[in-house]
Design a binder for this molecule. Structure first.
Ligand code: ZN
Length: 526
């Protein structure tokens, strides 16, 4: 008998399947309610609401954790296991059962008391960081970071690993990837990028002062919305609000929101931030509606997610073709500020390469060096080779070495990123670089399938690219692990080759011919 029909003729099995979906939908909704409270905390919550919100978020986490680890869910999975095994691996129901089991098996390894204590701790730690950062007060966050490190180690031990302590934490964000695989990949990338930065530093520099005139907030927000709409972000299923640290957040299939931050003296900040977050949102909004509120209704990994944001932000949004069409429109929005500026000069300005202190504002060439520093620090902290007390100075030393810059204070140093103050130490950063690498790999595959994509972008049309991404990435949600998705979409495992070729070609066009010595080993990674 065809196993697909079994679900419908066997009433008992159908009941169990329905119950499984109902239970996972409840977990999905509890997570969404928690996400809504986090969105509010980052946008409109009054400053003093934080303590209470921390307690409420911890409660939501506890309720979700109880459901994720409910033995009844484990029994359902066991009862449905023969059915799962009878399905083709590519079947949606097989993917759902596989993902529910993966999530269940992870969750039951972490004691409920620990999960709730960790949620409460990171919420408190975040609130302390919010005040410590502007005050340049590392001492205030130090005990919190120490506890985060201790708890991150514990979490890793609960999850279990035969490899590096960071592996289970990396797997949580970027399933399938390990330190053993990432280390050589990032080392290869670091050598190539350092060489590019050095070559560019010896060339005539790009002037980007045009970005730093006065650009009123309201006009910036209006233009950003126009661009988000143009690339396909649906304001009937989303909205944009202001926040200090921009993010995308999903409450359900038809409610995927983005946030932005406006600097009236930096035109690029909100504009590229909006393209970035809208890129994340397009991914979530493009998931097959049949997966709504199931475990497949989310992007598959932080790396693939970041590939979608960086693709729209950089590969499209910082391309010559994009500005060929968009620049005259931008000039209409800001006629005085952009008078006498050419599209080409503007394209160069938004692609200026210069070592800097802030990851989120870094150009495409130096960006991954910021990530590689953080990834290395995470590993050393977990390995016990670096103490929390020595972290501020280690940060400065790595920046001096890799980028030749040193922050005058810890504000733009160890206090810069939210990650370690709102989550575990380990697994927080590799996704950004994986995303850049994957973005170039996906885009190269899209171009190979549809060579006319760049000409379309030059006309302000994005439908062919959008359709390719929808067909090959978006619609699958979390069905395929990142490695499998890459293989299906590009025919290759993860490789830095398209990324380095992209950077080399693009920045040669701006700074004159650049070269990369390609190391024989380590360029490709399974
Ligand atoms: Zn992102």
């Amino acid at each position: 008998m065809d196993s697909r029909i079994l679900a419908f003729v066997d009433g008992n099995l159908q009941t169990k399947w329905d119950e499984l979906l109902a239970r996972t939908r409840e977990i999905y909704d509890l997570n969404a309610i928690g996400a809504l409270m986090s969105w509010d905390q980052s946008t409109y919550m009054p400053p003093k609401g934080g303590t209470l919100r921390g307690r409420q978020l911890a409660l939501m986490e506890q309720l979700a954790h109880e459901r994720r680890t409910d033995p009844a869910l484990g029994r359902l999975l066991d009862d449905l296991q023969p059915y799962a095994e009878s399905l083709a691996p590519d079947d949606d129901r097989a993917a759902i059962l596989r993902e529910v089991r993966r999530s269940y098996e992870r969750a039951v390894r972490i004691p409920a008391s620990f999960a709730s204590a960790f949620a409460k701790h990171t919420s408190e730690s975040f609130m302390v960081w919010i005040e410590a950062r502007p005050a340049n007060n590392f001492a205030a966050v130090q005990p919190y970071l120490q506890k985060t490190l201790d708890m991150s180690r514990q979490m890793s031990q609960f999850l279990g690993t035969s490899g590096h302590l960071a592996d289970p934490l990396i797997d949580f964000a970027d399933r399938g990837f390990t330190v053993a695989e990432l280390r050589p990949l990032l080392a290869t990338l670091s050598v190539a990028l350092t060489s590019l930065v050095k070559q560019i530093g010896e060339r005539p520099q790009v002037d980007n002062s045009v970005l730093h005139h006065f650009y009123p907030k309201a006009s910036q927000l209006a233009y950003g919305e126009q661009v988000a709409r143009a690339i396909g972000y649906d304001f009937q299923r989303g909205r944009q609000d202001e926040t200090h640290h921009p993010f995308m957040i999903k409450f359900g299939y038809d409610d995927v929101r983005i946030t932005t931050r406006v600097d009236e003296y930096d035109l690029g900040n909100a504009l590229f931030g909006t393209l970035h977050e809208a890129g994340h949102a397009l991914y979530e909004l493009g998931i097959d509606p049949a997966y709504a509120s199931t475990v497949l209704d989310s992007g598959t990994s932080s790396g693939v997610h970041e590939s979608q944001s960086r693709l729209w932000e950089n590969i499209v949004g910082r391309s010559a073709a994009f500005w060929q069409h968009a620049f005259p429109r931008l000039q209409t929005a800001f006629p005085e500020q952009l008078a006498g500026v050419s599209a080409e000069a503007f394209y160069h300005a938004v692609n200026r390469v210069a070592p800097s202190l802030i990851r989120t504002e870094a150009d495409e060439v130096t960006y991954n060096l910021h990530v590689i520093i953080r990834f290395g620090l995470e590993l050393e902290l977990l390995e016990g080779k670096l103490a929390i007390a020595d972290l501020p100075e280690a940060w400065h030393a790595r920046y001096s070495e890799a980028l030749g810059v040193r922050a005058p204070t810890d504000v733009d140093g160890i206090l810069q990123d939210v990650h370690w103050y709102g989550g575990p130490i380990g697994g927080s950063f590799q996704g950004y670089t994986l995303g850049n690498i994957m973005a170039a790999q996906f885009y190269a595959a899209a171009l190979a399938a549809h060579p006319g994509i760049e000409a379309e972008i030059g006309r302000g049309e994005f439908s062919t690219l959008h359709s390719w991404l929808h067909e090959n990435i978006y619609r699958h949600g979390a069905k395929y692990a990142p490695g499998d998705l890459l293989m299906r979409a590009t025919g290759q495992p993860l490789t830095v080759k398209p990324y380095l070729e992209y950077l080399c070609a693009k920045f040669s066009g701006i700074y004159g011919t650049l070269t990369i010595d390609r190391p024989a080993a380590g360029i490709q990674s399974a």
